[in-house]
Design a binder for this molecule. Structure first.
Ligand SMILES: *Cc1c(COP(=O)(O)O)cnc(C)c1O
Length: 392
């Protein structure tokens, strides 16, 4: 049977060569030549005064929470439809995630619901660009400015995606990227903090280096280094940075290939959407996305598990996605929501992600589409017959 895994980490070409070079240089801890190359490259890409590589996007979000001066009881507005780290990073500082619903077109935070979530304790808005599709950054920026809030972009899925002509991750005061093996550009585990606000650069460097001014010492700006702030060890090793350097250099080609596969899914499933069998993603045409996720929404949440079982049994690695955080045990303990979150609940229950990674070709996509269409039609017919039968 043909097997199409949901994800498959792919080597480009120079990863092993760069790792060998890192070993020859005899510096394997973080902050060496490959870390510097990746950071310089990302600083140029994002027009950011400082980018710091981290061991994960989770780590970068934790740095963002420290740099936001989140104190116990401070509130951070975010979607519930996201990965746990978006919320955990702030909860670790005693902060309270405040969830608002998502938009049905982009599945991103519904910017029209943000104002109602603001209180005297609100410190920041943490947006998530789901599937590499841009949030409404103009509106969100304006709200943040009006209320003196920080904007943090969880851009874990958004490398090489844009809001108008600006890269996602270059707009908020701070942004976090992920290079986890499921993302577009990978290093196994990995991430980066993008510091767009120049006033946060010095402190970001200290938080990154265990709360010391070691980077200033390395640059000869102080004659010894010491403990000056809170911090932790957020650096990846040079081996990881070497791997990442090879991937970053190929990032545009990876994105292009993913977008080609994404567009093929979209075209081939159009008729099925017209027939009401499923709904496809609706990224706004004016913002370029990066082909990170192709998902469908099945019409009936009750039938999703059965649909997934059937396509998985035929070798197609389709997957659901987030359990909304407000509905998770820790979410109920540490966070609160603004009213009901009907779109979040409905969409999370109906969403199915289809295989999408650089090792796939167009014939793989066609096979996935064939299996999806057969199984979704079968499910649709079964429901229809049940209903007709029930009426008789
Ligand atoms: C993947 C992901 C993260 C976590 O990234 P890691 O690098 O695995 O820590 C955080 N937020 C979102 C939205 C993600 O998709």
């Amino acid at each position: 049977m043909r097997r199409i895994p949901f994800n498959q980490p792919c080597l480009r070409s120079r990863e092993l060569d760069y790792i060998a070079q890192a070993i020859e240089r005899k510096q394997l801890s973080g902050g060496g030549e490959f870390t510097r190359r990746c950071e310089t490259y990302l600083q140029a890409k994002y027009s950011a005064p400082r980018v710091l590589l981290t061991h994960s996007c989770t780590g970068a979000l934790e740095m963002a929470a420290i740099l936001s001066n989140i104190e116990p009881g401070d509130e951070v507005i975010m979607p519930s439809f996201t990965f746990v780290s978006t919320a955990n990073a702030f909860v670790l500082r005693g902060g309270v995630p405040v969830f608002v619903d998502i938009r049905p077109d982009t599945l991103n935070i519904d910017e029209t619901k943000i104002r109602a979530a603001i209180t005297s304790r609100t410190k920041a808005i943490c947006v998530v660009h789901y599937a590499g599709v841009a949030c409404a950054m103009d509106v969100i920026d304006e709200i943040a400015r009006e209320h003196g809030l920080l904007v943090i972009e969880d851009a874990a899925q958004a490398h090489y995606a844009f809001w108008n002509d600006r890269p996602l991750g270059s707009i908020g005061h701070l942004a976090a990227l992920s290079f986890h093996e499921t993302k577009n550009v990978i290093s196994g585990e990995g991430g980066a903090l993008i510091v767009n606000d120049p006033s946060l650069v010095d402190r970001a460097e200290m938080v990154w280096q265990k709360g010391t001014n070691r980077l200033r010492f390395n640059r000869g700006e102080v004659d010894k280094y010491s403990w000056v702030d809170v911090g932790s060890s957020f650096l990846p090793s040079e081996l990881i940075a070497a791997f990442l350097w090879a991937q970053l250099q190929d990032g545009e080609a990876i994105t292009e290939h993913r977008c080609k596969l994404w567009n093929r899914y979209c075209a081939k499933l159009r008729a099925a959407e017209d027939e009401g069998l499923l709904r496809r993603p609706r990224p706004p045409a004016e913002h370029r996305h990066n082909g990170h996720i192709f998902f469908i929404l099945v019409p009936d949440a009750d039938r999703r598990a059965e649909f997934l079982r059937r396509v998985n049994a035929r070798g197609v690695g389709a997957l659901s996605h987030y359990v909304p955080l407000h509905d998770a045990p820790a979410g109920r303990r540490y966070a609160r929501s603004i009213g009901a979150l009907p779109v979040t609940e409905d969409f999370a229950a109906r969403l199915v992600r289809l295989p999408l990674h650089p090792a796939l070709n167009e014939s793989d996509v066609d096979y996935v589409v064939e299996v999806v269409l057969e199984e979704i039609t079968r499910g649709h017919r079964a429901v229809h017959e049940l209903r007709v039968g029930g009426a008789a």
